[in-house]
Structure formats: structure tokens, C-alpha cells
Ligand binder design. Structure first.
Ligand code: NAD
Length: 472
């Protein structure tokens, strides 16, 4: 049983002044595994001051120095890969393969940022002007519970590459993952205050850092509701804000797709990260002519998926992260039934043999209308809705009939059709016949899935501001 009562501020682990404590529960067996004492507004202010003191020196560092810092962070995180993996399993319920990927991705973020930084032109000539790209200033990096390590490392990597010191607030529900990560990052030996990490509630620590005048920039990943709140708060001091928000992605299956390949990929897209993924392809759009065949295949495939303990290498779907997630998924399954959709596999309750833990049955609905709540709202669990369409334009119309637009998937053997549909989809990214993204390409949402882009050059530039110096 662990106990965390420190935040990482000014290069040291220091006792927090907050007094509120919360428990951490292993989602696979519902046992309490640790307690965390949350930081409060005072701690947030200390972290902001530490970051702003580091900012003055950081903005003067050379490209080479920052590449060295990034590579030191990469090595430090790599050394703790096994611990990060273990924390993701124990605290979050991430299946082994996913947890392994998450911990490796964490270190890769730093080399991706270093590579981007190596060749980035910080100075450009535009007419009589020399345009200099400068760090925007102290940045707040706010991360959700479903991707603590990945979100934090990616945001930290690109803010540091740009020369911005940061105050990092991961979700308080990811305390153990945050602690292991903070210890790893500390070992890189960066100057004090360049990054600071604290765990606290959103309406307390989160609000303080979104409000504080010394914070110049907010990079937020989380729900659309919180994102709107943050944007409103940030307006007061006109902070630069990017928001990576909720998704309700569509996977479009065309009638020429190779179903043996496309169906497993589409199911994977839907149930990725136990279905707790912003990019989950939770609406599968199927041509009417293939509907029966697809339903048969999906039912067979999903009924064979192994739901089980996250540390079992055979497990494909682990428990949901917490009880409220479990309850939420049950509620949506009931809602789907009440609104007339038909369950073809799964349903309410726990999978057979798993009486403890926040396990749900991977569930697929057919006969779903795009107006139903299960097709409109982000469920954030392993629940897939199959929706039929009449022709290509109908598929595009249904996919775009959402307030969200994060990522979409198209499965077809025809490159031109893939391109046509991709160009007409309202989404920040579209993946054709694959579910693995390109990690240096811009990532973010349109409509209410967000504002701004992360990763690669776009991620770096989100922490920079252009200054024009014009000679007379
Ligand atoms: P959330 O919005 O509840 O919380 C996200 C973070 O914001 C947490 O650290 C939380 O403590 C903090 N927060 C809450 N209120 C705040 C406030 N008023 N001021 C400042 N910070 C505040 O989201 P969540 O439940 O942790 O994460 C799940 C959501 O995140 C889903 O909707 C998912 O789609 C989305 N998400 C989006 C992406 C993306 O890149 N688009 C990636 C992962 C998750």
C-alpha cells in the first residue's frame, strides 16, 4: 500500500499543503492499493512561481541544450519502463500489451520532440521582416486519467522543445502512474522548476493554474465540458489555449473492404484501451448490402475476445478504470436497449467468471439510429454501435452528424474512394485501413472535439509565438 503526499516543485519532492486525501483502487479486484494527499491552490501557486523562475533561463537555452534535456528525459523514462507498465496495469487496469505500449510511447515522445526540434526553423524571412519563433511562456499541461503517462510526456516534450517551463496537472485518478513518472523525470537532472508536477482536483488546483496570470498557455486534454470551462477561465488573461477533447468517431466500412482484415481492425478501434479512448471508433457504419454478413462476423469476433485480468498476456480487454466508469457503461447499455437498439453480443453486467473488479461485457448494438444517445454521446467503454447506410454520401452524412470530430476510420480497398471520403469527413484525422496513427502528424479535433493540434511540428508551434522584426 503506497502513500503519496508530495508534489514535484522546483526540482524537489515537497510535502503538499492540501489536506484532502483520496484512495486509489485496483480496478481488477477493487482493493485499495494506495492513498494520495492532494495538492491545493497554495501548492499550485508554488509550482507556478517555480516554473516562472525557470522560464527566464529556459527561454535563453540553445537548441542543442534542449535536445540534450529531451534525450536525458527519454533515457530516464526508459529506465523506468517496467515500473510504468506495472503502474498502468495496477492502477488503471490497462491490459499488458497496451500498458507496455504506453510506457514505451512515453519515452518515444521525447525523441520525437528532439527530432522535430533538430530541424525546426526558428527564424524565417518574410518580406522585410525577420520572423522569430519564441517560447510562449510558462505552460499548464493538464491531462486526463485515461492516458496519464502518454499525455504528460507528449505535452512536456513539446513544451520543453519550445523552451516553455511547465506546471503539469495529471488527473488525480492517476496518482500512482504520476508518481512513477515524476520519479523517472526527476532522474534526468533538468534545472529546477523547468517542469513541476502536482496532483489535485480540477476545481481547485486545475482552476488555479488556468486562472493564474503567470501562466501564458494551457495545453488541455480531457472532456469537452471541462475544456469549455477552462477556455472561459483562460479568457480572463487571454492565455493561449489548446484543447484535446471528447470524441465519437465513426469507422466507415465500404463494400469493397477486405472484411477479414477490416472487421478485426474496426473492433480494435472501438475497444482500444478498454474502450476508454477519445479516438475509439464507437460507431461502425456498414453498407446495407453487407449488414447481415458484418453482424455475423462482429458477433463471432467479439464473443471470442478475452476479457480478464490485465496482467494476463492473453487478456484483450481489462477492467474499466473505476466504479463510476462501470456504472456509466451499464447505464448506456440500458439506454441503448430502451431506445430500441438490438444487442448482438454482450449486454449488462459482468462477464462470466469475473465477479469482482470493474469488468464489463464487450457489447455491440445493431439497429442503431444515429439519433440515439448511444450513437451521439461518448460512452467511453467497450460498446460499439453498428449503423447502416445506403450509399457513400449517406455514410459521410451520418459520420459527420455529430457535434464531435476527432478521428475517423475508413476501410476500403480503393485508394481513391478512401481519399474522397477522408476529404469529406469532419475529423482532425482519418486513418485508412489502419488504426495506428502517425505520431509526428498533427493530432486534434474539429467541432467540439477540440481546438489546436499536438505532436510534431504542429505540437512544437503550439508552444511558440511569432515575433516580426522589421528593418527600416
Ligand atoms: P476531465 O475533463 O474530467 O478531466 C481532465 C483533466 O482536467 C483532469 O486532470 C481534471 O482534474 C482536470 N480538470 C477538471 N476540471 C478542471 C478545471 N475546472 N480546471 C482545470 N482543470 C480541470 O476528463 P477525464 O474524465 O479525465 O478524461 C476523459 C475525457 O478526456 C474523455 O472525454 C476523452 O475523450 C477525453 N480525451 C481526449 C483526448 C484527445 O486527445 N482529444 C485524449 C484523451 C482523453
Amino acid at each position: 500500500m503506497w502513500y503519496i503526499d508530495k508534489a514535484y516543485i522546483g526540482g524537489k519532492f515537497v510535502a503538499v499543503s492540501g489536506s484532502k486525501e483520496i484512495e486509489s483502487i485496483n480496478p481488477a479486484n477493487e482493493k485499495v492499493i494506495g492513498r494520495v494527499r492532494l495538492a491545493d491552490r497554495n501548492d499550485a501557486r508554488r509550482a507556478i512561481i517555480a516554473a516562472s523562475q525557470a522560464q527566464n533561463r529556459l527561454r535563453e537555452t540553445s537548441r542543442k541544450e534542449r535536445v540534450e534535456m529531451l534525450m536525458a528525459l527519454k533515457s530516464a523514462v526508459l529506465r523506468r519502463t517496467a515500473d510504468l507498465q506495472q503502474a498502468t496495469i495496477e492502477e488503471y487496469g490497462g491490459p499488458l500489451s497496451r500498458s507496455r505500449w504506453v510506457s514505451q510511447y512515453a519515452s518515444q515522445c521525447f525523441s520525437d520532440a528532439a527530432d522535430t526540434l533538430q530541424s525546426y526553423p526558428f527564424t524565417k524571412k518574410i518580406g522585410a521582416a525577420t520572423v522569430v519563433m519564441e517560447p510562449v511562456g510558462v505552460s499548464a499541461l493538464i491531462a486526463p486519467w485515461n492516458s496519464v503517462t502518454g499525455s504528460v510526456c507528449s505535452k512536456l516534450a513539446f513544451s520543453l522543445a519550445a523552451g516553455c517551463a511547465s506546471v503539469i496537472k495529471p488527473s488525480e485518478l492517476g496518482a500512482m502512474q504520476t508518481q512513477v513518472l515524476a520519479e523517472a523525470l526527476h532522474e534526468a537532472g533538468l534545472p529546477d522548476g523547468v517542469f513541476n508536477i502536482l496532483l489535485g482536483n480540477g476545481d481547485d488546483v486545475g482552476d488555479e493554474i488556468c486562472r493564474h496570470p503567470l501562466i501564458a498557455r494551457i495545453s488541455f486534454t480531457g472532456s469537452t465540458a471541462t475544456g469549455k470551462n477552462i477556455a472561459r477561465t483562460a479568457t480572463e488573461t487571454l492565455k493561449r489555449v489548446t484543447l484535446g477533447l471528447t470524441g465519437k468517431s465513426a469507422s466507415i466500412l465500404l463494400d469493397d473492404a477486405d472484411l477479414d482484415v477490416a472487421i478485426p481492425l474496426a473492433i480494435n478501434a472501438a475497444f482500444l484501451n478498454n474502450g476508454q479512448a477519445c479516438v475509439a471508433g464507437s460507431r461502425l457504419l456498414v453498407p446495407e448490402s453487407l449488414l447481415e454478413d458484418v453482424i455475423t462476423r462482429v458477433r463471432l469476433h467479439v464473443s471470442m475476445l478475452k476479457t480478464g485480468l490485465p496482467d494476463d498476456p492473453a487478456t484483450e480487454i481489462g477492467p474499466l478504470a473505476n466504479r463510476s466508469q462501470y456504472d456509466r457503461i451499464q447505464r448506456y447499455i440500458r439506454l441503448g436497449i430502451e431506445q430500441g437498439a438490438e444487442i448482438i453480443v454482450g449486454g449488462e453486467g459482468r462477464p462470466d467468471g469475473l465477479e469482482k473488479g470493474f469488468f464489463v461485457r464487450p457489447t455491440v448494438f445493431a439497429k442503431v439510429e444515429n439519433q440515439m444517445d448511444i450513437a451521439r454521446e461518448e460512452i467511453f467503454g467497450p460498446v460499439l454501435s453498428i449503423i447502416s447506410y445506403s450509399d457513400r454520401d449517406d455514410a459521410i452524412r451520418i459520420a459527420n452528424d455529430s457535434i464531435y470530430g476527432l478521428q475517423a476510420y475508413v476501410f476500403t480497398s480503393n485508394t481513391e474512394r478512401a481519399l474522397h471520403i477522408s476529404r469529406h469527413l469532419q475529423a482532425g484525422s482519418v486513418l485508412n485501413n489502419r488504426i495506428i496513427p502517425e505520431l509526428l502528424a498533427p493530432f486534434g479535433g474539429v467541432k467540439q472535439s477540440g481546438i489546436g493540434r499536438e505532436f510534431g511540428i504542429f505540437g512544437l508551434e503550439s508552444f511558440l509565438e511569432a515575433k516580426s522584426i522589421v528593418k527600416g
